[in-house]
Design a protein around this ligand. Structure first.
Ligand code: GTP
Ligand code: MG
Length: 197
């Protein structure tokens, strides 16, 4: 898919203040610092569309971007950010879960997972919750440029194996890098295919 336009629409914390649900929508979610905002920039070819930071916890709101005037790409705050209070974490849970379960135009949740690590309970639990709620998802393994392809493949295989206890069928996955743009075209193609159906 060719990106002709990519524009910031709005940021907010309330599900009833989101843009009108008039376009197919795709959300990026995953642990703090996993690379959600960077991947949105890499996919759209815009350096600073979504704000990124070396410090976890940068994205705090639900951020809508409109792509080619046709579909929404949504950058969400990360989960598992240790330096936040229990109250903040509970609030995150509430509004993100409300967004994910109530947004009727949400086509697919892209769950970002750091390809450098062994499967983490927090990611597996989140994917399980998506399954329980019948939310369609795909797995996106990030930061491939930071280590060997062999290691990444091992971690991906382990993650998929861990999901087998809950899911009969596990959706496709992507190996990505915001630095080299690995996987960006494939992600855009997956989105284009869903948009066409
Ligand atoms: P929160 O908004 O805090 O939840 O983080 P995020 O998931 O949006 O992460 P962000 O895109 O801000 O990236 C976090 C850090 O990882 C930044 O320093 C990025 O430059 C770096 N980073 C993200 N993706 C990649 C990647 O593919 N390769 C490399 N080498 N670094 C990356
Ligand atoms: Mg972010």
């Amino acid at each position: 898919m060719l990106i002709k336009t990519a524009e910031f629409v709005c940021s907010n914390t309330q599900v009833d203040k989101l843009p009108a649900p008039d376009k197919p929508e795709y959300a990026f979610i995953g642990r703090s610092n996993v690379g959600k905002s960077s991947l949105i920039n890499a996919m759209t070819g815009r350096k600073a569309l979504a704000k990124t930071s070396q410090k976890p916890g940068k994205t705090q709101l639900i951020n809508h971007f409109v792509i080619n005037d046709q579909w929404y790409l949504v950058d969400l705050p990360g989960y598992g950010f240790a330096q936040t209070s229990k109250k903040n974490r509970a609030e995150w849970e509430k509004f993100i879960r409300a967004y994910l379960t109530r947004r009727e135009t949400l086509q697919c949740v892209f769950v970002l997972i750091d390809s450098r690590h062994e499967p983490q309970k927090i990611d597996l639990d989140f994917v399980y919750w998506l399954g329980e709620n019948g939310l369609p998802f795909m797995l996106v393994f990030t930061k491939a440029d930071k280590h060997s392809a062999v290691k990444a493949d091992q971690h991906i295989a382990k993650f998929r194996r861990a999901l087998k206890q809950w899911f009969e069928e596990i959706p496709p996955h992507f190996l990505t890098s915001s630095e080299t743009k690995l996987g960006c075209d494939e992600l855009l193609t997956a989105i284009a295919e869903i948009n066409e159906n």
